[in-house]
Design a protein around this ligand. Sequence first.
Ligand code: DQA
Length: 146
Amino acid sequence: MSSVVLLLSGPNLNLLGTREPDVYGPETLDDHVATATATAADHGLEIEHFQSNHEGELIEAIHGARDRVAAIVINPGAFTHSSWAIHDALAAFSGVIVELHLSNPNAREAWRHTSVVAPVATGSIVGFGADGYRLAIEAVAAQLAS
Ligand code: DQA
């Protein structure tokens, strides 16, 4: 089995660190990737990271993960709430899928309460800020070991 975990970051997450730090924290996306990479290494896993502000590029990254990587951890940003195309791409991936959010969208504006990704994810980790990246990789490792 592959030991690669694809970490996907959606729109505006490249701005983390300066984007609404009161909501998303002071860490940069590089900081989160470093956390995920270190946690993955503890479990003999390897992180491949891709960030895009473009829906189609995220979909192509998901297609490229099929039959190649063991798991996808995805923070789809605002596409979480609208992208049935990302939903369908994830539905065509047969490995573990973790939906990840820094904030807790369910505790925010009403339009953030719907996730079209959640129904095709193995599980979701929301609201734990930067620690979510560690938790998401721990969840992947536990799923792969079960
Ligand atoms: C987010 C939550 C989304 O609602 C928002 O659009 C984001 C970030 C999070 O990590 O908390 O861009 O996915």
